[in-house]
Design a protein around this ligand. Structure first.
Ligand SMILES: [Fe+2]
Length: 564
């Protein structure tokens, strides 16, 4: 059974190939077209399908399009039509207006030219499938929180065996994802900068604007929250609602003030409480020991930590692509495990008995031959190393920034050691060096540590076990006696967005960190994505272009080392 999943609605466009219930590959379109988030979230472009991603998935999977048993899209136009109600704040012809919605659905409908095997999968069920089936849990609560699906914004559900059942949906304009977009812009960032707000929150006092935030979000313990309608105003630039609550903010070049930090902290604080109450309410309706989370808000590593440690669940899974890109994989998995088995198809593989997605390295890879040919064609001086990990570790210990490009690229927004920039976590100044030489990002944003799994509990309070500790999805406290040893990867609140590194899953990266451990006594490297204000590099060509336009010291491309 060969199923292609596609996400082409809104943004974070992507494709994934599922064969007999297992994830063969998955990739985001931005990695190919070099446009951040793959496509602009517009009302008139959901027919822009991720052709590069689809081509990659089929070619790498050795599948011809005509061999596909199903093609699944992670959006259901009929459901949007059914659930949609007028948004009084929307602009005519745009999202939320009658004309705009017709345009949106019409474009989607026009794209359908795949005869009998095409299926629309409701957006939030695709998110739910993207986390439940890869989790391998036999049964689990499922929490999906994002900006908007068809018209719902939050899904409370559960998985049992191969089936996903809905418990409750919340609808626009009660959208935690959109509130973060709006607040990000209000604080002077873009709508995609939730991670900057999350970083800024660590510097603020969460109590100072707690009362104001409680005017914006109201929540109960029964799995509901509501957001003041005049604050969201779907895709409108008006900040009148926020201005009436907070007064004006100075968003010019003079920089961020204590007020920005305190508002960010209050937003993070109430988000933690809302997310925890949603998770708790599923438990009350469907008690079980496991929870799966997805949707863009599932990338909030502080809320994830709170749910993991304070919630009733013993096991939590969050996929690396919790955002919309993951819905391509989820749509295909949903179809395989639900519609497919309902139709009586034989031999449905149990998602729990075999690991259907053992790791997130599901994107393009390049052989050493390909890399060698490429470097020759560009007349780049490179040397092949037979001691690659040790050499790279020495560079890092010497204070250099190493671009580390290996194997298949990661699915999801975090670089997990195959398209990463690495540096010495012991050096407080390395943050500034990294920002000056490559990343050009705000100094308040923390960098993440990658640590040998075997040593991790010595350095971080990891709390309850979770596979997602391998994916940088929790902000874990650093052990007090280690705080002064790795200043470059510790946030102002003494937490770190840690990535555990497993020897089987990523042997080369594990070996590199082991070599660094031998040299320094620290089993950790600083890991940030290999890019500079662009999508993470995908090909050797992207890697070399970023190497040349920045001041990265060393580029390791497969087995080849290029020094500046
Ligand atoms: Fe979504």
């Amino acid at each position: 059974m060969k199923i292609l999943g596609v996400n082409c609605v809104y943004h974070e466009t992507s494709a994934a190939l599922i064969i007999d219930g297992k994830v063969v590959n998955a990739v985001e379109e931005e990695r190919f077209n070099r446009y951040k988030h793959g496509a602009e979230a517009r009302v008139d472009n959901p027919d822009e399908i991720p052709l590069n991603s689809i081509r990659y998935c089929l070619e790498q999977g050795g599948i011809k399009a005509e061999e596909l048993d199903a093609v699944c899209c992670s959006f259901h136009p009929g459901l949007r039509e059914k659930e949609y109600t007028d948004d009084p704040y929307s602009l005519e012809g745009n999202w939320g207006s009658s004309e705009g919605e017709k345009t949106f659905i019409l474009y989607k409908a026009l794209q359908v030219d795949i005869s009998d095997c095409f299926h629309w999968i409701p957006h939030h069920l695709a998110h739910a499938a993207s986390t439940y089936y890869p989790s391998s849990f036999e049964k689990a609560a499922i929490l999906v929180v994002d900006g908007i699906g068809e018209y719902s914004t939050t899904l409370l559900a559960y998985g049992k065996g191969s089936k996903i059942k809905t418990l409750k949906k919340l609808y626009f304009s009660d959208s935690l994802g959109f509130l973060w977009e709006k607040m990000s812009k209000f604080l002077g960032f873009s709508e995609y900068d939730a991670c900057k707000v999350m970083g800024l929150a660590g510097y603020g006092n969460p109590l100072k604007y707690r009362k104001e935030l409680s005017l914006i979000i109201k929540h109960d313990e029964k799995g509901s929250f509501s957001i003041a309608e005049n604050v969201i105003q779907f895709r409108r630039e008006s900040f009148d609602g926020l201005l009436s609550i907070f007064g004006s903010l100075n968003n010019d070049a003079s920089g961020l003030t204590e007020k920005h930090k305190d508002i960010a902290a209050a937003l993070q604080n109430i988000t933690n409480r809302v997310m925890l109450s949603l998770a708790n309410s599923i438990y009350e309706q469907y008690p079980c020991d496991a929870l799966c989370i997805a949707g863009g808000v599932g990338l909030n590593c502080q809320s994830n930590w709170i749910i993991k440690e304070k919630g009733p669940y013993q096991r939590i899974y969050i996929p690396t692509a919790a955002h919309d890109a993951g819905t391509s994989m989820g749509a295909a998995l949903y179809h395989y495990y639900n519609a497919n088995s309902a139709n009586g198809a034989a031999n449905i593989t149990s998602h729990a008995s075999s690991k259907i997605m053992p790791h997130p390295y599901l994107g393009p890879a390049f052989s050493d031959d390909e890399i060698e040919q490429f470097l020759k064609s560009k007349n780049v001086q490179a040397r092949k190393s037979d001691n690659l990990e040790a050499e790279a570790a020495q560079f890092i210990a010497d204070g250099k920034i190493v671009a580390w490009f290996q194997g298949q690229m990661e699915f999801g927004p975090r670089a997990l050691g195959n398209r990463s920039l690495l540096a010495d976590p012991r050096n407080q100044n390395i943050r500034e060096v990294m920002n000056t030489k490559v990343k050009h990002r705000e100094v308040f944003r923390p960098f993440a540590p990658s640590i040998l799994e075997e040593e991790s509990s010595e350095w971080f309070a990891l709390g309850k076990p979770s596979e997602s500790l391998y994916y940088m999805l929790f902000a874990c406290p650093v052990k007090p006696d280690k705080l002064d040893k790795i200043p470059a990867v510790i946030h102002v609140d003494n937490t770190a967005r840690v990535q555990l590194v497993n020897q089987q899953t990523n042997p080369k990266y594990h070996q590199l960190i082991s070599e660094f451990y031998k040299l320094t006594g620290v089993p950790i490297v600083l890991n940030t994505s290999f890019n500079d204000s662009e999508p993470i590099v995908c090909s050797p060509e992207d890697a070399l272009a970023t190497f040349f336009k920045t001041r990265i010291d060393v580029l390791v491309l497969g087995d080849y080392i290029i020094e500046r």
